[in-house]
Design a protein around this ligand. Structure first.
Ligand code: PMM
Length: 281
């Protein structure tokens, strides 16, 4: 078993979005340096894995070319991997996935679960990378219109099982596949809460689970209107969910605030250990 998948506390995956400055090449260099610094800062704050992405996946976001995407992420991945950090690459492109693994990434985090690029499964099989298959319907442009379910947990579960079958048919080791329900990806409002309530059922697929709720829109929907639109206001709700996810337990959480997630998980672990001690009396 890969050490990153071995039984341990819930892993914290810290997010680094590499967005180049549009003003000049100098600005691009600064964006890269800033991204590397941010990755180091997340690791120091307790992130076990640094997730580097060069393409926004927000609803309606513009797609970018894999060559441009590589230019954004590879230098960041190389620098963080050279520091000895566990790095994942957030990409839907097989070309970028292969280049990122060559640059030192251990994990390919694909929000499309390989639906976006038919070459992805064979790249994962060939490189032997760990692979996060996230549930998605359609593309970031179309996903919200496809958020129609009779039973969101059952349907996400069976669609993820289909992704696992496609990956293993291409030669991917099932022991290296992590599954992610894709909170906010082709799910709206209450569908996200139902999925979180149904994680036990998704766990029955037999793969580690990664969950990303951090600062997402569905958390803003709980808040008074004057705070609803600001993602940074969603941190308390994010951290509350991190604690609950650590109790499920899930394998990992993908977050922006690594320190808050690390502390929440440490508190849950401590409480669990105290409960075990008391029960043994
Ligand atoms: N969410 C976003 C991007 N990548 N990857 C995985 N595996 N799971 C997620 O939930 C996920 C992801 C969108 O969040 P961001 O725009 O804040 O990075």
């Amino acid at each position: 078993m890969h050490p990153l998948l071995a039984p341990a506390h819930t892993r914290v995956m810290g997010v680094v979005n590499v967005t180049p400055d549009s003003f000049s090449d100098g600005g691009r260099y600064l964006a890269r340096e800033a991204a590397i610094e941010h990755g180091r800062w997340l690791a120091a704050a307790g992130a076990d894995i640094i997730d580097v992405g060069g393409e926004s996946t927000r609803p309606g976001a513009q797609r970018i070319d894999p060559v441009e995407e590589c230019e954004r992420v590879l230098g960041v991945i190389e620098a963080l991997a050279a520091d000895g950090l566990a790095v994942s690459v957030d990409t839907i492109h097989a070309h970028t996935a292969r280049a990122a693994v060559d640059a030192g990434a251990l994990i390919v985090n694909d929000v499309s679960g390989s639906l976006a690029d038919p070459a992805m499964p064979s790249v994962i099989a060939e490189t032997g990378a760990l692979y996060v298959a996230q549930h998605l319907r359609g593309t970031p442009e179309t996903m919200n219109s496809l958020a129609q379910y009779d039973d969101v947990v059952r349907e996400v579960s069976s669609e993820l099982a289909e992704r696992v079958a496609a990956l293993t048919d291409a030669g991917v080791d099932p022991g290296r596949i992590i599954l992610d329900p894709g909170i906010g990806f082709a799910k709206v409002g209450a569908q996200n809460w139902e999925l979180l309530a149904g994680l036990g059922e998704l766990g029955e697929l037999g793969h580690p689970l990664l969950v990303g709720v951090s600062r997402k829109r569905f958390l803003g929907e709980l808040m008074p209107p004057e705070r609803a639109a600001d993602p940074s206001e969603r941190e308390a709700a994010t951290t509350a969910l991190t604690a609950l996810l650590a109790q499920v337990p899930v394998w990992g959480v993908r977050v922006h605030d690594a320190a808050a997630a690390r502390d929440a998980i440490a508190a849950v672990e401590e409480l669990h250990a105290a409960t075990v001690r008391r029960d043994a009396r």
